[in-house]
Design a protein around this ligand. Structure first.
Ligand SMILES: *Cc1c(COP(=O)(O)O)cnc(C)c1O
Length: 453
């Protein structure tokens, strides 16, 4: 103590400036686990707003990729989590059933269409649920090959990453035997739906005998590849071909599921009848929670096959129950359809005076704005331009991210509680940001640290 006093600087001397949260983040958080789209660093959240260091509130059009499905301080989640935390937060579903996990599994089975006897597995993230699906389907069917789509994102664990086809994941090799099919993109029709189906038939007839294939992973709306809505009937035709050969259809609802698309399940738009369904992100309302639903014959493959000590814990599953209850009570599917339509319509209305807007597309409150440097040729803008729009939107008070195989798609996945007034405010900010970036208001140096993938 005495030594401290002796070395303490006199009151008049200049103290070193206090490091900002952003600076401290850069010093300690590993790059391998971060994506930074703007200088935003957070000290709080309220409704559909994020509060940054310094106290400014920003409209959140991202829901932090989707988990903030009900915004950031929803009373239903806070109450459910507080009650569960005050009781038996540490209890493990591996060892004991708990009311919240069992009730959530019952609820998920009740709201998810499917045939025959089914079971639910809980995890912490979309990644672990897709990993679990891959491992258990392989073990239960005795088949070891999988099919997925170029551009798909199923997670960042060894298994889920190995069946992902996103261009940002090419640092890691796909698993042996994986067949990656193009996902037909109506705006950039390198491959039509018919051509992809023909390619699949050709694979089955030649180098990929269908009896070797355990399952296909399908995103019913491809999010990270650029919010791509598949051509009508395409996924149903893929499903039909897989069914013929006993190939399991695994539908990844992690991002577009649970009311975001304007229906409770995004696969309902595509007439899919999944064998297995994966939920994540919004399911936990911000708490780490994922779920895999599948046929009992697969999900009961072997005891002690997919164990995670805190998976299905009473706190995360309490949050999951609160999310599902709120979706039903507030009819958030209908709301996502309605507010999403208004939001997409208002964004489309900007196109005549915003030459960068190539297309606005999506379902419900999963909306993509594809930015082009030439509307006629559909040449994508450079990723730096997309990053500048995000940066300018942050300056103007809104939070959004970008996706796309060329990094040129603004992604809007706001909380489903977004109001119409907030949607309008968001459109005004995006409008202004596009104008300002077009005028060269944001410098390359501003966004150099924020071009992520
Ligand atoms: C985000 C995402 C995942 C992975 O979920 P994490 O919670 O990040 O592990 C899987 N599938 C899709 C479609 C996603 O968008």
């Amino acid at each position: 103590m005495c030594a401290d006093n002796a070395t303490r600087p006199p009151a008049t001397s200049h103290r070193p400036p206090v490091a900002t949260l952003r600076e401290r983040d850069a010093q300690v958080i590993a790059s391998i686990g971060r994506l930074r789209f703007s200088p935003l660093s957070l000290i709080g959240g309220r409704g559909n707003r994020l509060i940054e260091e310094g106290g400014r509130e920003l409209l959140d059009l991202s829901a932090s990729f989707g988990p903030a499905i009900l915004g950031y301080s929803h009373p239903a989640i806070a109450a459910a989590v507080n009650a569960a935390t005050a009781s038996m937060a540490g209890a493990s579903l591996l060892a004991f059933p708990n009311e919240n996990a069992v009730a959530l599994a019952e609820r998920l089975l009740a709201i998810t269409p499917g045939e025959g006897e089914r079971r639910v597995w809980f995890g912490h993230s979309g990644s672990d649920a897709n990993d679990c699906a891959l491992r258990v389907v392989q073990a239960a069917t005795g088949r070891s090959r999988f099919i997925s789509f170029i551009g798909s994102y199923h997670g960042n664990l060894s298994g889920s990453m190995s069946v992902s086809g996103h261009t940002a994941m090419t640092h890691t090799l796909p698993r042996a035997g994986l067949v990656l099919l193009p996902y037909p993109d109506p705006y950039r029709p390198s491959f039509s739906a018919e051509e992809v189906l023909k390619l699949l038939d050709y694979q089955f007839a030649t180098s990929c005998p269908p009896h070797q294939v355990a399952a296909i992973f399908i995103e019913p709306l491809m999010s990270d590849a650029g919010v791509i809505v598949p051509p009508k009937g395409f996924l149903a035709a893929v499903q039909q071909r897989c069914r013929r050969h006993g190939i399991q259809v695994i539908v990844d609802e992690v991002k577009a599921g649970l009311a975001r698309s304007g229906r409770l399940h995004c696969f309902e738009h595509e007439a899919l009848e999944p064998d297995l369904v994966v939920f994540g992100k919004g399911l936990g309302g911000g708490l780490p929670l994922s779920a895999l639903i599948g046929p009992r014959a697969i999900m009961d493959h072997a005891p002690a096959f997919a164990l995670q000590t805190t998976a299905g814990n009473p706190v995360a599953t309490a949050a999951g129950l609160a999310v599902l209850r709120t979706i039903a009570a507030e009819d958030l599917s209908e709301r996502a359809a309605r507010v999403g339509q208004a939001l997409a319509g208002a964004l489309r209305a900007l196109a005549p005076r915003q030459p960068m807007i190539g297309e606005v597309r999506g379902r419900g409150l999963a909306i993509g704005i594809e930015l082009v440097s030439d509307r006629a040729t559909r040449e994508p803008v450079p990723v730096a331009t997309t990053a500048k729009v995000i940066y300018r939107a942050w300056q103007l008070g809104a939070v959004l991210f970008y996706v796309g195989l060329r990094g040129n798609v603004l992604e809007l996945t706001p909380p489903l509680t977004l109001t119409e007034a907030e949607a309008e405010h968001g459109v005004a900010i995006i409008d202004q940001a596009l104008t300002d970036v077009g005028r060269g208001l944001v410098a390359d140096a501003d966004v150099a640290p924020f071009m992520m993938w």
